[in-house]
Write a protein that binds this ligand. Sequence first.
Ligand SMILES: [Zn+2]
Length: 331
Amino acid sequence: MQAFYADHFVLPLPTGHRFPMAKYARLRERLARELPQVALLEARAASDGELALVHTPSYIDAVRTGTLAPALQREIGFPWSPAMAERARRSVGATVQACRRAMAGSGLAANLAGGTHHAHADKGSGFCVFNDAAVAARLMQAEHARSHRARGMLRVAIVDLDVHQGNGTAKIFAHDDSVFTLSLHGAKNFPFRKEPGDLDVELPDGCGDAEYLEALERALEEMERRFEPGLVIYLAGADPHEGDRLGRLKLSFDGLETRDRRVLDWAWTRRVPLAFVMAGGYGTDMEATVQVQMNTYRTALGYAARWQSASLAAMPGATVGAAARWHNAAP
Ligand SMILES: [Zn+2]
């Protein structure tokens, strides 16, 4: 299974800044040591043209040149630097590459960062500069249209299980029936003004494993009734964990692992390629956040192996690997 990273583009933060930047490098270090089956690859940067599938040219330009108005820069929550701009592009590039890889027959691939779901078309917010899942969804649709014109528009489900609502993503796709936005999030958590997505599930403070997993089950059933994706982008946020500073929910390590398995299984049983990204995680103990993420990778490896054997079985005479579902009729 391939996973793309960009943590070596270090975004300089002032001392005492509350964003746990070190978690990205730590995840890569642990993956390299403990799960060598995950092939770690440097992400390329998303181009202006790719970003413009979602973002306004003036916003892309202001991020590149460091000319965002101070209030807009503050809303992102990071000070501007050339490294900030580069890193934001690489993080989008990593999700794009993971989607492309999953769509090309491997079935499953990942970004070691990403999940910047608070970014809107014309502004960033809440540690999110560009919306990686949104750009990747639109780019995969464009690439799919070029190579599989007769099969209709690629339909993408963005399954956002970060504890915060994916407000930027919901807004971007508000009038787009070809992308389904599902978000399970804390009702009382940031963002305080939520944007309606295709399916929003609000959870109370203190929500534990059983309640969460039941809500997820119902949400997946409803998505199933309403939408048939040809690609799933999964935001496997670590911030619903009980050890999270910002999450306000109480999921255990086991609960989150069951959550991951449920989503990965949903995609696998329908043979829908899936790319997963890390999204938020603000553990009081950073190692707990990284552990949640490691568990996601360990679970995913099991499914990557299934995709691989299905792909090998389909080999003689097969034109596309792993019998991926391409028949995505436009709505
Ligand atoms: Zn979050």
